[in-house]
Design a protein. Structure first.
Length: 705
């Protein structure tokens, strides 16, 4: 049988790379980059290319299971749906709607987030609706809201070829988004663009930098304030023009008096000369494009990092024109979509907020429910949901397409919290995962290419992903599982859907006249061409590559906000007992907790086991040689890993990749999140994965051969 090729979109990071999927004899046989796609033009990273074995892995879930007498046993869908619905109804009746919660991954389709949001906030009446966007992009979103007035990335990937300076902070793009990194590298070579990289590590991305600011971990706010100080002092800022489109300049100038180059150097560990060199490069640039990622967002001061980075763009008028502005890269395939659908505890559909009475009324009218049904206070963030499990305020949790027992910080605390749930429902494509092993009910879901719906990429481009093959066994699309549970709970009228397209057609109506307006989009349009960038309000609208090109922002006075943000030290404290700082991060061959990539043989072979990186001078001082087993212990837990000595780190800093939970058989005690900190940014509720005070002890010496 001849291979049939189909258009699709990458199911990993949020770039939205176009893919061609080859189907043969009812199986996905090959995945390639899509030539001509505006994001990647035929390029693709190793993750989607190595996806086909995942469809047929031996651990694919094919039948619902319920835990009875401590053991998971297969049941029919009818029994599983009834068990979940009756369990939720029982808990709601006895303890109220806030006794239940939901936590999903950012890989789900936009339609699925909409359904779950409607079930939780309109039907049940709780705002305890969370997604893994909370631990990925919440700080970027809050940074945009506080600076611009809306969670709306204003730039696009085509700005890469227009920029003459790239400012890349806390983002090893060569590993996390290699397709975009290759575009930056090509632009640097072709157009002689400059690159500034801010990172505590000498990364693959830093290797192409003209200026590498190897700062002490967590000191980005101090660095950005010092850069802004220099820009103002050396005359790179047209203050009259800036005040026309941005407020807050006077307050910022007052704060910046406290951040001369000498103090910036003292806090960050960089030399004054290098910081001044970077500031002058920014001031002299014709078009600066800024990128940042989890090195910023995984911090207790993450939103302030975002704000102060945006300050640099606003002060130098690097905004609202080709090649200039902030370009956030999302961490999972539909992190942009789930934010715009409202799939976080403080949000409502169409970029609305539960705390805004006008927004609540608009959504209540749309859903045809009393406005009182939508609670006016934000629900619990995911870490506060876990706290609720401990206190008994939360008694049921539905987890979908994510693995919190491995992905959330302070793992032992998380697992013990999940175990306290009266009803833990886990919906996934594999078993075992660290979370399915704890579940009371396991629901087998369809995955990418086995179901149909939309993704929205980091540059606001909407694309259709279609079902190309059947899911295995009795697995069902997540959207079908959601509406079946909703109907069984008594919400038949509210959930009459028979297809994801019906869900999309309903959802898009609530985006009318919003920045996320998608009323010009239909499934048929998306099948016939590359999807447009939103907003796209009418059928003949081409999409919107860039936002705010008129320099008017969705804030009360129409101006952006320049925000004076003071540097605050990370929450975990380095001291004599815990003298090292642990940074966590990802590897090129793995994604999140390896639930997919760990089951792709070629990907897993690139890095089958975990390790800890240590600076050679620290290793020598502690008597650690290459390959020695070392214990890394924080105030929360410990891991035991082989040591790798490398000078890419600063002295006093160690690095562990975060991918390695025990469910895939590599053994206990290798998961970085056993030692990470569950403290979070008070504005975004995003945890501080990137700074944990630890001690390092030799556990056993490697045998010489």
């Amino acid at each position: 049988m001849k291979m049939q090729w189909h258009k699709s979109t990458c199911p990993y990071c949020g770039l939205g790379c176009g893919l061609m999927v080859g189907v043969k004899q009812g199986m996905v046989a090959e995945v390639r980059g899509m030539k001509g796609h505006p994001t990647n033009n035929g390029d693709a990273c190793s993750l989607p290319i190595n996806y086909p074995p995942i469809f047929t892995d031996k651990d694919r879930l094919t039948q619902p299971m319920i835990r009875r007498n401590g053991e998971l046993t297969n049941v029919t869908w009818e029994k599983a749906i009834s068990h979940v619905a009756s369990g939720f109804n029982r808990i709601i009746e006895k303890h109220g709607p806030d006794a239940v919660a939901f936590y999903g991954g950012a890989i789900n389709l936009t339609e699925e987030y909409y359904l779950m949001n409607k079930l939780m906030k309109a039907a049940i009446g709780t705002n305890n609706m969370e997604c893994s966007t909370r631990i990925c992009m919440a700080s970027s979103a809050m940074g945009f809201v506080s600076t611009l007035g809306a969670d709306a990335p204003p730039t696009c990937y085509d700005d890469i070829e227009e920029a003459d300076l790239f400012f890349i902070a806390g983002n090893n793009m060569a590993v996390s988004v290699p397709v975009i990194f290759r575009r930056i590298r090509a632009a640097k070579k072709k157009d002689n663009a400059k690159v500034i990289v801010v990172d505590p590590c000498k990364t693959e991305t830093a290797s192409i930098a003209d200026i590498h600011l190897q700062i002490m971990p967590g000191t980005d706010v101090a660095l950005n304030n010092t850069l802004a100080h220099i820009l103002l002092k050396e005359g790179f800022v047209n203050e009259d023009r800036v005040e026309h489109f941005a407020s807050g300049l006077i307050d910022l100038k007052e704060l910046l008096a406290e951040y001369p180059p000498s103090r910036g150097a003292e806090i960050t560990g960089c030399t004054e000369e290098k910081i001044i060199e970077a500031a002058r490069a920014i001031g002299e640039a014709k078009a600066m494009l800024t990128f940042w990622f989890q090195g910023y967002n995984h911090s207790s001061q993450a939103v302030f990092k975002n704000n102060t980075l945006h300050n640099l763009s606003l002060l130098t008028e690097n905004f609202c024109r080709p090649g200039a502005g902030p370009l956030s890269i999302t961490g999972e395939a539909n992190a942009m979509g789930n934010r715009w659908v409202g799939a976080l505890s403080h949000l409502l559909p169409g970029m609305r907020f539960v705390a805004n009475s006008k927004h609540r009324q608009e959504v209540a009218d749309f859903w045809n429910i009393p406005v009182e049904k939508i609670q006016p206070l934000p629900g619990r963030s995911i870490l506060d949901i876990v706290k609720g499990l401990y206190s008994g305020d939360v008694r049921a949790l539905w987890v979908m397409t994510t693995n919190p027992a491995a992905s959330l910080p302070h793992t032992q605390w998380i697992k013990e919290g999940l175990a306290k749930a009266e009803l833990l429902v886990v919906q996934d494509i594999f078993h075992p995962t660290e979370t399915t092993l704890l579940g009371d009910v396991i629901l087998p879901a369809a995955q990418w290419c086995e179901k149909t719906g939309t993704f929205i990429s980091a540059e606001r481009r909407i694309e259709l992903v279609e079902a190309l093959i059947d899911p295995p066994g009795e697995a069902k699309p997540d959207y079908e599982i959601i509406w079946l549970v909703a109907r069984a709970m008594g919400f038949e009228k509210e959930f009459p859907y028979n297809s994801p397209e019906e869900v999309f057609e309903e959802f898009k109506r609530i985006t009318r006249n919003r920045i996320c307006d998608m009323n010009g989009v239909t499934y048929e349009r998306l099948r016939g061409q590359v999807g447009p960038q939103l907003p796209c309000p009418e059928a003949d609208h081409p999409g919107t590559p860039r936002l705010f090109t008129d320099w008017r922002f969705p804030r009360p006075d129409g101006r952006a906000a320049i925000l004076a943000r003071n540097y605050i030290e990370p929450a975990d404290k380095i001291d004599a007992e815990y003298p090292f700082n642990l940074i966590t991060g990802r590897l090129s061959g793995h994604f999140n907790t390896r639930t997919r990539t760990g089951r792709a043989p070629k990907l897993n072979a690139t890095a089958p086991d975990c390790y800890v990186e240590i600076h050679p001078e620290d290793g020598a001082r502690l008597g650690i040689a290459e390959g020695d087993e070392v214990e890394v212990e924080s105030r929360r837990g410990r891991v035991c890993l082989p040591a790798r000595l490398t000078d890419r780190l600063l002295n006093g800093t160690i690095y562990i990749p975060w991918h390695y939970g025990p469910a895939l058989g590599i053994g206990e005690g290798k998961l970085a999140n056993l030692v990470t900190n569950s403290v979070y940014d008070i504005h975004s509720k995003q945890p501080e994965y990137k700074f944990s005070a630890v001690k390092v002890i030799v556990a056993s010496k490697k045998r010489k051969t």
